[in-house]
Design a protein around this ligand. Structure first.
Ligand code: 6PG
Length: 254
């Protein structure tokens, strides 16, 4: 089970950049360099996309300026979580990624893996997604999937992926993907779990906007016990890429 990182380790993982555009650019450069670094490896590069609105600028960069810098043939694309809506719904994380990036680069559907969170049987959908991850993602120690990169966002309540405060998915220690009832949103979701997040080679939070500043302030103090503060890669690396507005309450970087 994930323990919260120390304030020191959180602050060491912090990269403060000017604005949302700079966060998107930092993430795009990170993907390009990480994919290039695995060029000589047979296994494809596995990346899980974050949801919500923050990655929109990133997806647009990947479809535009970075299109020719990224070897798409190397990618196997997954999602960190999904809302309980069909893939053509405006709230779908899958639709957002397709509209802004993947459809624009004709990314092949056999390497793009959607969470079927609209399914009536969420447990079966979670099991199918776990099987898909098991077939497509390299395994690390203990047989857990070793994603090369997992992008995560953070809500103003400190949630990440669809690991919301007070929900059952927070205590899952074995399954990699679960359905999660989110009473505070009167909905349910599909989400990766802490064991998978903590097993990744690199986890990168992308956080922008002043609304996130109070939570980041508490994370920097080791306070709050928020789900986003409980992601601690066991072997891999962690980066928090945040803009100045979100970092407004953090100790000034000397
Ligand atoms: C989702 C996300 C969620 C998101 C945060 C931040 O499906 O909503 O995966 O974890 O990353 O809520 O959302 P914003 O980027 O819109 O602030």
């Amino acid at each position: 089970m994930s323990a919260s990182p120390s304030p020191e380790s959180f602050l060491r993982s912090l990269h403060v950049v000017d604005d949302p555009q700079a966060v998107a650019r930092h993430a795009a450069e990170s993907l390009v360099s990480r994919v290039d670094a695995t060029r000589d490896r047979a296994a494809r590069f596995s990346v899980a996309l974050s949801g919500g609105s923050t990655p929109r600028l990133l997806f647009e960069l990947l479809a535009g300026e970075f299109r020719d810098r990224l070897d798409l043939d190397r990618l196997e694309i997954f999602f960190g979580d999904e809302r309980s809506v069909p893939p053509d719904h405006p709230d779908s994380n899958y639709r957002t990624a397709c509209d802004l990036w993947l459809d624009r680069v004709d990314f092949p559907r056999d390497r793009l893996h959607r969470m079927e969170a609209e399914s009536e049987d969420l447990d079966a959908a979670a099991r199918r997604y776990q099987e898909c991850i098991g077939e497509r993602v390299r395994r690390g120690p203990g047989g857990l999937p070793d994603f090369d990169l997992i992008w995560l966002g953070m809500g103003e309540d400190g949630h990440t992926a669809s690991l919301f405060p007070g929900t059952s998915a927070l205590v899952e220690e074995n399954r990699w993907v679960v359905g999660n009832e989110v009473p505070q949103l009167e909905t349910h979701r599909l989400t990766l779990t802490f064991p998978v997040l903590d097993a990744a080679s690199h986890v990168e939070f992308l956080v922008t906007g002043g609304g996130k500043a109070p939570i980041l302030e508490q994370l920097a103090r080791g306070e709050g016990g928020y789900p986003s503060g409980r992601v601690v890669p066991e072997r891999g690396t962690l980066a928090w890429v945040v803009d100045r507005a979100a970092a407004a309450r953090l100790p000034a970087n000397d």
